[in-house]
Design a protein around this ligand. Structure first.
Ligand code: TYM
Length: 331
C-alpha cells in the first residue's frame, strides 16, 4: 500500500482543472482509509484577502463535491485541515528548517504577491510561508505520493527538500514524498487565455469551467474558447495552445491520446462540440450527486468529523517524534 495525501483549497468553486488534474486521480486510487487522505485545506485560503463566510461556505461545498466526485469515506479519509492541529504544529518546525530565500523563489508566491501589491493590498506573511504549511500537511502523514496538478510540482519539491534536510539534521523522521501527475490534463488552461492555468481564484469565469456549471453554461464556455490562428487541428502546445488545451481536455475525457484525436478533425467547430459534449457528460453525475448530498449537510459533517479523528490519530505520533527530534522536551 502507498500512503497518499492531497488537498484542495477553498478559495473558489472547484474547476475542471481541479477535477482532471487532481480529484480524478484521488478517486481512482483504490485505497484503505488509513492510506489515502484528502483534505480541504482551509487554512491555505487565508493567505490572500478573504471573506470568512465565503471560506466557510466554499469549504463545505468542496467537501461535498469531493464526495460527489466519488471519494468514498470507507476507502479514504476526508477531512478539513483546521480540524487537525498537527498541521500548524508541524509547520512551525518546518519554518525552522526552511530559509527565507527558498520561499521567496516560489513561483506562486511571486505571482500572487505581485498581484496583491498591484491591487494596492499588503502581502500577508502567510502567503510566503504557505508552502511550509503545505509541506507540513504532507509530511505529518508519512506520505509517499502526492497526486497533484503540474502547478504544485515546485511546492512538492520544496517539501522533499525540507524532509531530507530535517532528517539529515535531526535523524530520520519523515518519509520523503513524491508528486504524481495525470498523464494528460495535468495543467488545464483557461479557455479564454490559454497561456494561463484554469484557476478557481481568477476574476473572470468565462474561461473557467466550474464543476457545478449547468450544461448550457459549460457548452457556451467551450464553444467560445479561444482557438489559434492557423489551419487544421494539430496538437502543438507551444504554437497552438488553445487547440492543444481542447484536445487535452477531450483526451482526458475519452482516454484517447490528444495527437490521435487531432487527426480526426479538420475544423475547430466540430472539435469544440465534441469537447462540450464530453465535459457535460463527465460532470453530469458529479453535479447530480452533489445536489443529493447537499440536501443532507449533517451526513457530510459526520464524514468530516470522523475523518479528522482518524487523521489526528495518524499525524500526532509523527509530529510528536519531530518535536522530540528537533530538541523539544517531551511533555
Ligand atoms: P489548489 O486548491 O489550487 O488545487 C487543487 C488541485 O488541483 C490541481 N489543479 C489543476 N490541475 C490541472 N489543471 C489546472 N488548471 C489546475 N488547477 C488546479 C492542483 O495542482 C491541485 O492538485 N497548494 C495546493 C493545496 C494544498 C495541497 C497540500 C496539495 C495544500 N496542501 C498538500 C497537496 C498536498 C493548492 O493550492 O491546490
Amino acid at each position: 500500500m502507498t500512503r497518499i495525501f492531497s488537498g484542495v483549497k477553498p478559495t473558489g468553486h472547484l474547476t475542471l482543472g481541479n477535477y482532471l488534474g487532481a480529484v480524478r486521480q484521488w478517486v481512482a486510487a483504490d485505497q484503505e482509509p488509513d492510506e489515502a487522505l484528502f483534505c480541504v485545506v482551509n487554512l491555505h485560503a487565508l493567505t490572500v484577502e478573504h471573506d470568512p463566510a465565503r471560506v466557510r461556505r466554499l469549504s463545505r461545498q468542496a467537501a461535498t463535491l469531493l464526495l460527489a466526485a466519488g471519494l468514498d469515506p470507507q476507502r479514504c479519509t476526508l477531512f478539513v485541515q483546521s480540524h487537525v492541529d498537527e498541521h500548524t504544529r508541524l509547520s512551525y518546525l518546518l519554518e525552522c528548517t526552511a530559509t527565507d530565500g527558498e520561499l521567496r523563489r516560489m513561483i506562486q508566491y511571486r505571482e500572487k504577491a505581485a498581484k496583491s501589491l498591484g491591487a494596492g493590498e499588503g502581502v500577508r506573511l502567510s502567503l510566503l510561508t504557505y508552502p511550509v504549511l503545505m509541506a507540513a500537511d504532507i509530511l505529518a502523514y508519512g506520505t509517499q505520493e502526492v497526486p497533484v496538478g503540474e502547478d504544485q510540482r515546485q511546492h512538492v519539491e520544496l517539501t522533499r527538500d525540507l524532509a531530507v534536510r530535517f532528517n539529515q539534521r535531526y535523524g530520520h523522521t519523515f518519509t520523503v514524498p513524491k508528486a504524481t501527475h495525470p498523464a494528460v490534463a495535468a495543467r488545464v488552461m483557461d479557455l479564454q487565455d490559454p497561456g494561463s492555468k484554469m484557476g478557481k481564484s481568477h476574476e473572470s469565469g468565462a474561461g473557467i469551467v466550474y464543476l457545478l456549471d449547468e450544461p448550457g453554461v459549460v457548452r457556451k464556455k467551450v464553444m467560445r474558447a479561444v482557438t489559434d490562428g492557423g489551419d487544421g487541428v494539430v496538437h502543438d502546445r507551444a504554437a497552438r495552445p488553445g487547440v492543444a488545451n481542447l484536445l487535452d481536455i477531450l483526451a482526458a475525457c475519452t482516454g484517447t491520446a490528444p495527437e490521435v484525436l487531432a487527426e480526426g478533425y479538420s475544423g475547430y467547430g466540430a472539435l469544440k462540440r465534441d469537447v462540450a459534449d464530453a465535459v457535460v457528460e463527465l460532470l453530469r453525475p458529479v453535479r447530480e450527486r452533489h445536489t443529493e448530498l447537499a440536501g443532507d449537510p449533517g451526513a457530510v459533517e459526520a464524514v468530516l468529523r470522523e475523518g479528522a479523528e482518524r487523521a489526528r490519530g495518524l499525524a500526532r505520533p509523527v509530529v510528536d517524534r519531530a518535536y522530540e527530534a528537533i530538541g523539544m522536551l517531551a511533555p
